[in-house]
Design a protein around this ligand. Structure first.
Ligand code: SF4
Length: 480
């Protein structure tokens, strides 16, 4: 309602606005940014943010808002940024998003920005970076205010997984008056935000800040606890009134290759974590992680691109090459990140599949054997299937290989909770993605563990919905 009123009041000269040149957030030059793990975007100045926001046409149907998985009221927020009311704009984002400073950095161009009507003229509003700008302005000016909590319900909730979905549920249910304890096997909160997404896309201090804020709100954390090993799902169900599972898809898919146990062969998660933490957070570890100088990354998704861009930043690495079994056209990685990888010096070998890894007499990787592929008929994904070309094998020297071939759910605790139904893909079965109800009445799930690896904002959106269902369950108002 507020949004409708706001838009009705907004009298703007659409023609004049459509003529305005974009003032998009600037990116640091590649020759500078490859030497560090700092974020690549230069934050907006207040003046530039206001200029960019002042291009918004305040479309009554707001396709940007519809395309946002969280349905942030983008036009209303942009109107406030244009007026210099940055803290108020941040609060508009926070009405629907628990972490706009993070989504504004990690969401791809393909959501709100792609849906902006000005995209037809190739000049979409830089909605993502304006969201990050407003959220940062609030954080830096006065911090994110702690909301008032609902009266204590006396109910206790265990959240398994401190990634985006788990943190969203923890925040929502704490605000609703429940006592929430988050369990995670890692030493810190954030899940893929902390251990998957590289620092040059998302400064990890933002994740730490969010964790501190949640603690102030009243959320408890138990880190270094692996559910399934240190505590079982059955034990958590005994101790708590409800359990939320938001374990994501942290297991890397690792097809078996001859030689994949050689020193120098890494899975993507280990490479990303050690790469960025070596350089930015734990310099004492640098001596233990010396990849390269020739790094091959296998895969064509966003994780592969993140690995390439991590590799080009590591000391001692001189050549970084992606080997992908299909062609550039079928590569699933987002185009903007692909462009950044090219700018930063990564090269790509298309239609090439690994066959085996070759080691030296000390068990260290020294080369990779590949086979050339050609495109055949489309497969279930609609993309043309890569087919090996006979007698096309070749060997390339390399000291490091990174397997970035996709993620799947880490289902280790399922062995201890066979009652919980999972799909044939190992994902948690729920009756409806918006309810997150599993076959166990007090156990709910959302995020990548339910739908498979996806972006951050859809996981947050689903978790937000499931938290409401859990709140009703805990209060006994869900009619179940
Ligand atoms: Fe503004 Fe673009 Fe959204 Fe229209 S679609 S309201 S121009 S951001």
């Amino acid at each position: 309602m507020a949004r409708t009123r706001q838009r009705k009041r907004m009298r703007i000269d659409r023609k004049a606005r459509m003529q305005m040149p974009p003032v998009h957030a600037q990116v640091r030059p590649p020759q500078e940014r490859v030497h560090d793990f700092g974020e690549i975007y230069i934050p907006y100045t207040a003046e530039d943010a206001q200029l960019e926001a002042s291009r918004c046409l305040h479309c009554p149907n707001a396709p940007c808002q519809a395309a946002c998985p969280l349905h942030n009221d983008i036009p209303r927020a942009l109107g406030l940024i244009e007026a210099g009311k940055f803290v108020e704009a941040a609060q508009v984002y926070r009405e629907t998003s628990p972490m706009p400073e993070i989504c504004g950095r990690v969401c791809p161009q393909t959501l709100c920005e792609a849906a902006c009507v000005l995209n037809k003229a190739g000049k979409p509003i830089d909605t993502r970076h304006l969201e990050a700008f407003a959220a940062d302005a609030q954080r830096q000016a006065e911090g994110v205010p702690l909301p008032e909590l609902a009266p204590a319900s006396g109910k206790r909730v265990a959240v398994i997984g401190a990634g985006p979905a788990g943190l969203t549920v923890a925040e929502s249910l704490t605000r609703a008056g429940h006592q929430v304890v988050v369990y995670d096997k890692c030493p810190d909160a954030g899940g893929l935000l902390k251990f998957g997404i590289p620092n040059f896309k998302l400064d990890k201090s933002l994740v730490d800040e969010k964790t501190r804020w949640l603690k102030q709100l009243g959320v408890s954390f138990r880190f270094g606890v692996t559910v399934g090993e240190d505590v079982t799902l059955a034990e958590l169900r005994e101790e708590y009134d409800a359990v939320f599972i938001g374990i994501g898809t942290s297991r890397v898919m690792l097809p078996h290759y001859e030689g994949d146990d050689l020193e120098g062969v890494y899975c993507a998660t280990e490479f990303l974590t050690r790469g960025q933490f070596t350089c930015d957070r734990q310099p004492q570890d640098a001596a233990h992680f010396a990849p390269g100088p020739r790094v091959h990354v296998l895969g064509g998704g966003d994780t592969a691109i993140d690995c390439l861009r991590t590799a080009v930043r590591l000391p001692g690495v001189t050549e970084v090459t992606c080997y992908y079994r299909r062609s550039e056209a079928e590569m699933p990685a987002h185009r903007q990140d692909y462009q950044y990888a090219l700018e930063e010096g990564a090269t790509f070998q298309w239609l090439t599949n690994p066959v085996r890894f070759i080691g030296d007499e000390h068990g260290k990787l020294k080369a990779v054997e590949y086979q050339k592929m050609q495109l055949g008929e489309p497969d279930a994904s609609g993309r043309r299937r890569p087919v090996p070309i006979p007698d096309s094998n070749f060997i390339v020297e390399a000291e490091t290989v990174v397997l970035a071939l996709g993620y799947r759910a880490d289902w280790s605790f399922n062995e201890h909770s066979p009652d919980l139904r999972v799909t044939t893909k190992g994902l948690i079965e729920v009756d409806d993605p918006l309810s997150g109800r599993t076959n166990l009445p007090d156990v709910f799930a959302a995020g990548d563990a339910v739908y498979g690896a996806n972006l951050v904002s859809p996981a947050i959106a689903a978790a937000r919905e499931v938290a409401q269902v859990m709140d009703a369950f805990l209060k006994g108002t869900d009619g179940q």
